[in-house]
Ligand binder design. Structure first.
Ligand code: CP
Length: 305
């Protein structure tokens, strides 16, 4: 039985197969409409979500399966003190596969160790968000045509943004990748990503503060919001939250083929006037998220058409 805790749980060859399957699902949805008939997905969300939970649920329904679960830690027995391990042991009796989001780093791993069914990490604290990374990789590969030879700007809250941590870990396995890490001093990438991932793999990167300086060099700009829920005090959040705002003027500094991605939700960091720019692909990214989760569910359940 296989789980997904980190994007590194899949080799690059396995990721290629997963993305090929996602692209085939996109092109031929009817072919896959019954593959999960009789199967149930449990969504265990102890933290708020729009895209991840609903895309998992939409993915299972599009495969002909059914869904059950909770979307709020106050509506399950966690409020009575039940552990994550006991919760997944229980859910293993009701469902064939589970997606879990939890505010604590490592909670998904704890669940996977107690589970009788495949567990998908749908975000654990500030740590990892592997299915967002699968979404991001599929978006880049589908729209850029490659996952190598890219200069990628990661901008915003690089300290708490788990999507950024997972994406860096996944992309350092491809050749010709260079990162420009754009953040205020207080929200720089954590040391464990800098030392254990970037330095260890000899991946070139620069840390800069000004978005304007980075824009002309980029093939891809990955914007992130400042993660309000992970700040210890409101004052620091308020000081940081509007540090970067990508608008039409700044987009003039970027090349004609630079993609703008964002895991969403967006707050103020991308002005709505950018949405109509053909380089802004963050809502296409949402759509790819459903296809790749369909492919992931099929792969973990070892289902084929
Ligand atoms: N990208 C993402 O994780 O969005 P949600 O928090 O809405 O699931």
């Amino acid at each position: 039985m296989r789980h997904i805790m980190s994007p590194l749980d899949f080799s690059t060859d396995e990721l290629e197969k997963l993305m090929d399957l996602a692209n085939d699902i996109e092109s031929n949805p009817d072919k896959y409409a019954h593959v999960c008939e009789g199967k149930r997905l449990a969504t265990l969300f102890y933290e708020p979500s729009t895209r991840t939970r609903l895309s998992f649920e939409a993915a299972m329904m599009a495969l002909g399966g059914k869904v059950l679960g909770f979307s709020d830690s106050t509506s399950c027995s966690a409020t009575k003190g039940e552990s994550v391990a006991d919760t997944i042991r229980t859910v293993s009796c009701y469902a064939h596969i589970a997606a879990i989001r939890h505010p604590k780093e490592g909670a998904a791993l704890v669940a996977s160790m107690a589970s009788k069914i495949p567990v998908m990490n749908a975000g654990d604290g500030g740590h990892q968000h592997p299915t967002q990374t699968l979404t991001d990789l599929l978006t880049i590969r589908s729209l850029k045509g490659r996952l190598n030879n890219l200069t990628i700007g990661l901008c915003g809250d690089l300290k708490f943004g788990r999507t950024v941590h997972s994406l860096i870990e996944a992309l350092v396995r491809y050749t010709g990748i260079k990162f420009i890490l754009i953040s205020p001093e207080e929200l720089r990438i954590p040391g464990y990503i800098r030392d254990d991932v970037l330095d260890k793999t000899k991946t070139p990167f620069e840390e800069v503060t000004r978005l304007e300086d980075a824009l002309p060099q980029l093939d891809l700009l990955y914007m992130t919001r400042v993660q309000k829920e992970r700040f210890f005090n409101e004052e620091d959040y308020v000081r940081m939250k509007d540090f970067y705002i990508l608008d039409k003027e700044k987009m003039k500094l970027a090349g004609p083929d630079m993609l703008v991605m964002h895991p969403l939700p967006r707050v103020n960091e991308i002005s709505v006037e950018v949405d109509s720019d053909p380089r802004a692909v963050y809502f296409k990214q949402v759509q790819y998220g459903m296809y790749v989760r369909m492919a992931l569910i099929m792969t973990l359940l070892e289902l084929e058409v």
